[in-house]
Design a protein around this ligand. Structure first.
Ligand SMILES: NC(=O)c1ccc[n+]([C@@H]2O[C@H](COP(=O)([O-])OP(=O)(O)OC[C@H]3O[C@@H](n4cnc5c(N)ncnc54)[C@H](O)[C@@H]3O)[C@@H](O)[C@H]2O)c1
Length: 319
């Protein structure tokens, strides 16, 4: 029962909403929503009962936090059962082992799976294993992505080019190919019209030119428009598809091969806020788009870049 707090002789008492004087309620609140608006359910971040698959859920280094690991931990924190997929099983297992320390009140069930998401067979296996273990799929987060081959159109290696597109683009399509039919088995009601949610990781490099090598921005641009196309194809069936585009994060993928303090500093400065981002920033946006708080959002491209793509440059003068 709803309770309101009212003041009576200097003390606080709780009274049932139904016995509050209706005349004084309506007379002084003409701009308030009518009581019938209570039929709209307040959104919740709670993910209990949902099953999420995160690809690239490992992270280079035992105690390092990449985008996939951070995402898995945040989804688990809010109660989802999380399937951690990585081509290096030990990395996915390490992520699962962190659930008990980092999400003590959240995730109750988790699974680490060894799969290469460029393989159709492996992607099918991920969905089959998830259904066998948890009986449903609600959320798919496609994190796997690599910098890929170097070079411009003039000198890029064609075999490596094709491999890079397979890892960064085709893998997301393959995971969706098997996840969407599983999501379509989920119940759909007037109150819960959404059957499933997919979040793909793009990059600000997919929105702008200026990256020295051609493969990475090309593939991330494809992820962005693949997201919109998938959102259009599957929206009527209650499947939401969104994209998170991180900027210059400080993650194991970037510092793993070594990053000088000068490069780190220049990356930090390439934004309006001038602060450094990390995997938790990216994962927080993913968690929002994955869950019911974003139930009315699909086909969106959410930049997580401290404003790097919001302005051409920061003007300090008057012009
Ligand atoms: N770090 C950044 O600054 C940044 C910026 C923009 C976008 N991104 C994107 O974020 C995503 C992940 O970045 P990260 O920093 O967490 O990377 P990461 O390298 O720390 O983690 C990626 C994980 O994916 C796994 N993986 C790689 N290929 C795989 C495959 N074929 N099948 C299964 N697993 C595979 C790796 O083993 C690794 O554990 C990528 O899509 C990347 O493009 C990162």
């Amino acid at each position: 029962m709803l309770l309101f707090t009212t003041k009576k002789r200097g003390s606080s008492v709780l009274r049932p909403a139904s016995i509050i004087n209706q005349r004084s309620f309506t007379a002084s609140s003409t701009n308030l929503q009518t009581p019938t608006d209570c039929r709209f359910k307040k959104p919740s971040r709670d993910l209990r009962g949902k099953v999420a698959i995160v690809t690239g859920a490992g992270s280079q280094g035992d105690n390092h936090i990449g985008n996939g690991r951070a995402t898995a931990l945040l989804l688990a924190e809010d109660g989802a059962s999380v399937v951690c997929v990585d081509k290096q099983l030990s990395l996915a297992q390490r992520t699962v082992s962190m659930f008990s320390t980092q999400s003590p009140t959240g995730c109750k069930e988790a699974l680490a799976l060894d799969a290469d998401v460029t393989s159709e067979q492996d992607c099918r296996h991920v969905i089959d294993a998830t259904l066998a273990e948890f009986g449903r799929v609600d959320i798919l987060v496609n994190v796997v992505g690599i910098m890929g081959t170097r070079g411009t159109a003039v000198d890029v290696d064609l075999t490596e080019w094709a491999e890079g597109l397979k890892v960064n683009v085709t893998s997301m399509m393959l995971m969706a190919k098997f996840a969407i039919p599983a999501m379509l088995k989920n119940e759909r009601t007037d109150e819960k019209p959404i059957r499933g949610s997919i979040v793909n990781i793009g990059s600000v490099a997919g929105l702008l030119g200026g990256t020295p090598h051609l493969l990475y921005p090309t593939s991330k641009g494809a992820v962005i428009n693949m997201t919109r196309s998938m959102a259009a194809h599957h929206g009527a069936d209650g499947i939401r598809v969104n994209c998170v585009c991180p900027g210059m994060l400080f993650t194991p993928m970037m510092y793993g091969a070594g990053m000088t303090p000068e490069v780190r500093e220049s990356r930090r400065k390439r934004s309006l806020l001038g602060t450094e981002g990390n995997a938790w920033d990216c994962a927080s946006a993913i968690r929002f788009l994955a869950g019911d708080e974003a139930r009315w959002i699909t086909g969106a491209v959410l930049t997580v870049d401290a404003g790097a793509t919001a302005a051409v440059s920061v003007s300090t003068g008057t012009a």
